[in-house]
Design a protein around this ligand. Structure first.
Ligand code: 5GP
Length: 197
């Protein structure tokens, strides 16, 4: 059985991080989350090399120039860069694992261009109103940041609807996790979704 490249996106507040954490615990398939690099400072509790590779802007751009990213971009216009490291993806696939990219939809589209058969899953909070409720309930963002995340979400919904193969409504975490595991089970096998293989 061969691993696949799996792109999972969803608006900030869709609950995709919780879903993915649980997926790793509950799904029997060999999965490997790809740890992205970012110039954003760690939030309390986040660990370098586990949640992200936290890089200085200089180091990030050095790696970018060296072609180490499969894709990278500035997210939210807040001045922070995020990127998928090629070595994270290649190491996992070579190991026979399905590599999970938790990235924004623009990053997802950039990866899809290079790996057209990657599995794409859009995690949907169910409704705009539910998304807004969750963002406020988290209590981590300013009003301005919430407004920015909601505006970004509109564009994400549009790209998700038009370009992602699967849409999973995260109404309850356990159900969403089960649905994603079933999608992966059906998709795993054959080529790994990246052109070279
Ligand atoms: P956060 O700062 O809340 O961890 O993430 C902000 C946004 O960056 C999220 O939408 C997340 O999906 C996205 N993101 C995280 N890693 C990457 C990456 O490697 N590439 C891209 N394009 N987006 C990423």
């Amino acid at each position: 059985m061969m691993g696949k490249l799996v792109i999972i996106s969803g608006p900030s507040g869709s609950g995709k991080s919780t879903v993915l954490r649980r997926l790793g615990e509950c799904c029997w398939l060999p999965l490997q989350p790809s740890v992205s690099a970012t110039t954003r400072p760690p939030r309390p509790g986040e660990r370098d090399g586990q949640d992200y590779h936290f890089l200085s802007p200089e180091e990030f751009h050095r790696r970018r120039e060296a072609g180490e990213f499969l894709e990278c971009k500035e997210v939210f216009g807040a001045g922070y860069w995020y990127g998928t490291l090629r070595r994270e993806v290649e190491a996992g696939l070579a190991d026979g694992k399905s590599v999970i990219l938790e990235i924004d939809v623009q990053g997802g589209l950039a990866v899809l261009e290079q790996c057209p058969r990657a599995v794409t899953i859009f995690v949907d909070p169910g409704s705009r109103a539910e998304l807004e409720r969750r963002l406020r309930a988290r209590g981590t963002d300013s009003e301005e940041a919430i407004g920015r995340r909601l505006a970004t979400a509109e564009e994400e919904f549009r790209i998700g609807e038009n370009h992602y193969r699967h849409r999973v409504i995260n109404d309850t975490v356990d159900r969403a996790v089960q649905e994603i595991c079933e999608i992966l089970q059906a998709e795993v096998g054959g080529t790994n979704g990246c052109m070279k293989n």
